[in-house]
Every structure is written in C-alpha cells, then in structure tokens.
Design a protein around this ligand. Structure first.
Ligand code: F6P
Length: 281
C-alpha cells in the first residue's frame, strides 16, 4: 500500500513540475465545460490529461476520477485516485494562487470519506509546495523540477487561529452563518480569501483559522465537490489536528451518491468548527 501511495504522490509532484512550466502558455479558455458547468482552461485539460495518463499507468491504481471529466477511467488495482487537477484555475488570469488536489481511496468513487487512505495537495504559489497526509502523518515538501524535498515532516494546524476565509456572496449566506462570521471577526481573526481552495486552506494550515464554502440561498450544497475537494482537504486538515464539517458533521462521515456531488465545506481549528456547528445546529 505504501508503495502505491508514494508512487501516486511522486507522480503528482512530477506532473506539477510540468504544469508549472506550461501555465504561461495555457491561459486561454477551451470550448468545453467541466461536468459542474465551469468553463475549462487549456491548463485544466493539460493537467487532467497528464494526471490520468501517468496515475493510471501505476501498478496498484485501479481508477482515476477527476473534476474535469464525467466518469471514471478504470484499470485494475486496489487504489482509486480522485483529483481536482487545477483547483482555482480562474486565478490563472489574475496570476494568483492555484493548486492540485488528490485523494487516494481504497474504494472506487463515489466513495465514503472513511475510504480515504491518503490525500495531498500541491500549491502553485510564489514557490511550488506539496502537503501530503498518510494516516496521521502530514508532511510539507518543496517541489522543484517535479521532485519533492521535505520542508516540514510534522505539519500541524497552529493552535491559535489567525485567519479566516469564506466563499460565496455574503448576501446569499444563511443568517446563522453570517452571524458566525461576525463572531469570527469579533475574535480578531484576519480575512484571507483568494478564491482557490488549496491556497486558502494552506493559510489555515500555516497560521491556524478556518476556511469554508458555505450553503447558499440558491444552492444549499454550496459550490465545492465532496469527492475531489471536500474529502481530501478534510482528511489532511484532520490528520494535522484540525477538524472538518459540512455544518453538522465531519466531511469524512459523508458518502456522495455521485462523483460530482457538492457539499458545504468547512475546515480549520477544532474549536472554530465546533462553534460553527453549534450555531448552524
Ligand atoms: O472549486 C473551484 C474553486 O475555485 C475553489 O478552489 C474555490 O474555493 C472556489 O471555487 C472559489 O469560488 P468563488 O469564486 O465563488 O469564491
């Protein structure tokens, strides 16, 4: 099992090196939309194609699912990889942070959160970093030329929260959630929201705090996809000593009925997640 997990992470880091190199020339929109109705950039398609090819070629990887394609690509193997190939890719136009998210499940998607055996993300910031979680071990790497070098072998969510960031338009937030956001402001947390989940969650991993994309008036399931975004990031934050929620329970307790299903997503310090759940209950 460890070999397959490490091979998946090595492959994602390798593809990240290639993605980083081609970003400047792949900023245009493609004709297509992804299954969630979002316009695809050439960079989204490039990252998805590379990940599918290289991950499915690994021994032990039995399927590849991605936010950018309707259905699974299936091979033989016991581990199943779900990816958001280029998270927050609309930030490419404005040259802000973006990421790649990977979840490794021991069941074929749609899979429950407790079928995750590992998860990781790559952050394309001023430098490229990668955070992986296997069991309770969370490690941060520098990625250069597609190779990983350990930066921090024991990443934990800092106990004193500093930052918060919530997606969606404030007028569309439920009243109780808007009141919670005010209480977070009263606690003197600082707003940090950049519009790419990986970059925004990495603020929480670095400084402590809370990130969320809540339920909205016209969309009670919010925006983020459980299988590709919610589950893997929840797994990483929980492994680093934090907590996750959909507003009432851990995201890892949820099972999607189809792979592109959405869910409200909250991750961060456990006290903040507990406070949020008590306000939304
Ligand atoms: O799912 C794509 C995504 O770009 C996330 O990375 C991010 O958290 C969210 O959408 C941003 O959405 P909005 O533009 O509504 O703030």
């Amino acid at each position: 099992m460890t070999d397959t997990i490490e091979a998946v992470f090595d492959t994602v880091a390798g593809v990240a090196g290639d993605v980083r190199e081609v970003l400047a020339s792949r900023r245009s929109y493609e004709a297509g939309e992804n299954p969630s109705g979002e316009q695809q950039l050439a960079a989204d398609v490039y990252a998805d194609d590379r990940l599918e090819d290289q991950l499915l070629a690994l021994d032990g990887v039995g399927s590849y699912a991605s936010e950018e394609r309707d259905s699974l690509s299936v091979d033989s193997g016991s581990y199943h990889v779900a990816c958001d190939p280029l998270d927050g890719s609309s930030n490419l136009k404005s040259n802000n942070g973006m990421g790649t998210i990977v979840g490794i499940y021991d069941e074929q998607p749609p899979a429950p959160g407790d079928a995750l055996v590992a998860a990781g993300y790559v952050l394309y910031g001023p430098i490229t970093t990668m955070v992986t979680a296997v069991g309770e071990t969370v490690t941060e790497f520098l990625v250069e030329d597609g190779e990983r070098e350990v930066l921090n072998e024991d990443v934990t969510v800092p106990s004193e929260p500093v930052t918060y960031g919530f997606g969606g338009r404030a007028p569309d937030w439920p009243e109780e959630f808007a009141a919670f956001v005010e209480s977070v402001e009263d606690d003197r947390l600082k707003l940090r929201y950049g519009g790419a989940m990986v970059a925004d969650v990495n603020q929480v991993m670095t400084y402590g705090g809370i990130f969320g994309y809540p339920m909205l008036a016209d969309n009670p399931e919010g925006k983020l996809r459980l299988q590709f975004e919610g589950h893997p990031m929840a797994y990483i934050v929980e492994a680093a000593g934090g907590a996750s929620s959909d507003g009432s329970r851990s995201l890892l307790e949820k099972t999607p009925t189809e792979i592109h299903e959405r869910s409200p997503v909250f991750v961060g310090n456990d006290a903040l997640i507990a406070a949020l759940e008590s306000v939304l209950a």
